[in-house]
Design a protein around this ligand. Structure first.
Ligand code: NAP
Length: 332
């Protein structure tokens, strides 16, 4: 069993990731730290966690913690990942791993130099529906892929007060919060983009982007259309357009949460619109991610997605932001 520590008492740790680890086959959360002792004590009691620490530093210093899950605000990911590496802990870091590609590069190099496992927490990649969609692509089910459209939006405008997503200094904004999924999904299918054209719906009050839209260019004329928004309720989906048909994954990133976990669904359509649907049993992709990461750490194998992938995702996100803010096409 891998012994996990959690930095902070984040909403996502509480609602998804800590319950997923506690229900996993190969790990347990045995430690939590918070800036507020009352919060960590309550959190520990809620999830059967034995050890409570008064600071993130103290948790990292514990010899009884093997791996750390970092669900801190985006702007704190790089710093705390590096501190965890210094303490010799394997790290599962929430997305995005850093605020820029340069910062992500620094983190990835640091972990590589110390030979410490590190993975960015894009859980959707472990859901059987997304594994299946990628297999369909690789098997040539819809021919040569020409375009990917990927979107994630959740209307959180009514919950802006005190939300880290609306705080620019903490790495807020829809692109880093939600657009990172769409970029990741497009890169998973098309590889690495070489240019971006983008626009932001900037919030004058906070300076964050409330929505982001981008075209990413890939070799041989392939493209991705990317969008994210704090105003829409599009949930999350991607569509893969090939020379012989289309693959749709309509609940790609949030296939239901908590007690509302839904089936996975992949729809393949031929050029005449004839559809074939593959339905997947509800699956907890957070648990699948934690188990796959843990298997790698315990066996000494490479983690399923290397830090290099997080660096490349940030390179595309950097270019999208630079294009949106300058109004120009930006090469990556
Ligand atoms: N994979 C997913 O499905 C998913 C979903 C949602 C969010 N996320 C990611 O998870 C991370 C956390 O998101 P969240 O919505 O769960 O955030 P949140 O509820 O606001 O939690 C952030 C935690 O960070 C700690 N923290 C330390 N310094 C802070 C500061 N200056 N301001 C606010 N909090 C601070 C707090 O813990 P203490 O006060 O207890 O120390 C707080 O509970 C983000 O990186 C986000 O992108 C991922």
């Amino acid at each position: 069993m891998l012994r996990w520590g959690v930095l902070g008492t984040a909403g996502i740790a509480r609602s998804q990731v800590v319950p997923a680890i506690q229900g996993s086959s190969n790990g347990r959360v045995t430690a939590v730290a918070s800036r507020d002792p009352g919060r960590s004590t309550e959190f520990a009691a809620a999830f059967g966690i034995d050890n409570v620490f008064a600071s993130y530093e103290a948790l990292l210093a514990s010899p009884d913690v093997d791996a750390v899950y970092i669900p801190l605000p985006n702007a704190m990911h790089a710093e705390w990942a590096i501190r965890a590496a210094d303490a010799g802990k394997a790290v599962l870091c929430e997305k995005p791993m850093a605020l820029s590609a340069a910062e992500a590069r620094r983190v990835a190099d640091y972990f590589a130099a110390g030979n410490v496992p590190l993975m960015e927490g894009f859980m959707y990649r472990f859901h059987p529906q997304n594994v299946h969609a990628l297999k369909l692509v690789r098997d040539g089910a819809v021919g040569d892929i020409r375009e990917v459209r990927a979107h994630l939006s959740v209307d959180i405008m009514a919950n802006a007060a005190g939300n880290v997503r609306f705080d620019k200094a903490l790495g807020g904004g829809s692109l880093l919060d939600m657009g990172c999924y769409a970029v990741s999904a497009a890169r998973r299918i098309l590889g690495e983009p070489f240019a971006a054209m983008a626009s932001f719906d900037l919030d004058p009050a906070t300076g964050i982007d409330l929505a982001a839209t981008a075209i990413l260019e890939f070799p041989d004329g392939r493209v991705a259309l990317i969008s994210s928004s704090f105003k829409g309720s599009g949930q999350g989906f991607y569509q893969i357009i090939g020379t012989k048909g289309v693959i749709d994954v309509p609940r790609a990133f949030i296939p239901g949460l908590g007690s509302r976990v839904a089936e996975g669904l992949v729809i393949a359509s031929d050029p005449d619109g004839r559809r074939s649907e593959t339905i997947f049993e509800p699956a907890n992709h957070y648990r699948l991610m934690a188990e796959a990461f843990t298997d790698a750490v315990l066996s000494g194998e490479p983690v399923p997605y290397p830090p290099e992938d997080a660096v490349n995702n940030m390179r595309a996100l950097d270019a999208i932001a630079a294009s949106a803010l300058s109004g120009r096409r930006v090469e990556i």
